[in-house]
Design a protein around this ligand. Sequence first.
Ligand SMILES: *Cc1c(COP(=O)(O)O)cnc(C)c1O
Length: 384
Amino acid sequence: MSLSTNKKIVDFIQYLFPGKEHISLHEPLFIGKEREYVLDAINSTFVSSVGKYVDQFEEMIRNYTGAKFAIATTNGTSALHMSLLLSGVEQGDMVITQPFSFIATCNAISYLKAHPYFIDIDENTLGLSYEALKIFLNDHTYISNQQCYHKESNRRISVCVPMHTFGMPVEIDKIVSICQEFHIKVVEDAAESLGSTYKGQQTGTFGLLGTYSFNGNKTITCGGGGIIVTNDERLGKLAKHLTTQAKLPHKWEFKHDQIGYNYRLPNINAALACAQLEQLDNFITNKRETANKYADFFTSVDNVRFLKENQNSKSNYWLNAILFEDHNSQQEFLEYSNSNGVMTRPGWDLLNTLPMYPDQSNDELVNARKIHARLVNIPSSVRL
Ligand SMILES: *Cc1c(COP(=O)(O)O)cnc(C)c1O
């Protein structure tokens, strides 16, 4: 990659985000009723584990996603932990996921003393590959007593966690249907894809349970927060119970009927979440315009491919991504852009290469390796 190409890209990013000495990858933006709602929460003194904003936030998410139940949590990681627990993951189980994801996906699996097992990603969606999953399930598993087991280790495979990378939907309908065939439940890690749809349906609502994150770097944020969605009434109610210390309702007594978690979202964060959620559609429209501008621009750049949403899907374009021809070009661009006031980042290190998860795959993970070596995320904040 020539210096002039790197300069051309950086110049374009500076043109898209004018007037900034340093352009970050993704910044939060508070231009709605954030101050009003947060102040209201403070004035009410209900800043903690009860208050109207938590209920309001959950209702807004139900309306937005179409899910029947929504349970607000302290963050996306706790939402994932709870969802895996609720879907029946037990110690020693194998949980299928993708090697290209944020560490939280694997951490949540490990909290339950289960083992992540990595299936390759699709090079267009950057998320779990349906094709690779199908090959794995057909060749390496067997069914006994309506449960799926891994042939080589005899571990039970209870759950599959696909992740909609950078907001790009995976082929979730096919993934859910093959998992059903193999008696595997699906928990969607939709932390990055709030508002992205697949065949017109919100990501996060295809699996048994889905989770979103409202961390500071996500499309909308409430400082820290997450939410679980499901259409399963039993699990929806149980999620609420378990995330609130498993306390039984009583006027004054402390009755708890099982091991619970302090995972409920504080009302003050929920106030911020409500104000942000009111702006989600505008933010996504804005981000999609930016993605279109990037897409147009990169058609004029040789040897760099802008990653566009795929057929049947609408991406929230949380983080835009480009692919270089080779690892060297990726590294040179990272060096050039970060030295010239434009924050860019490679994708996460592949989870199967971390010391905690050695060799948890019998796949070469060709696409994941390729994407990891060549991908760069470029600035994607909402533009004013
Ligand atoms: C952000 C993120 C999470 C976790 O969210 P937190 O709210 O930071 O706990 C989980 N999975 C993925 C893929 C994420 O990007």
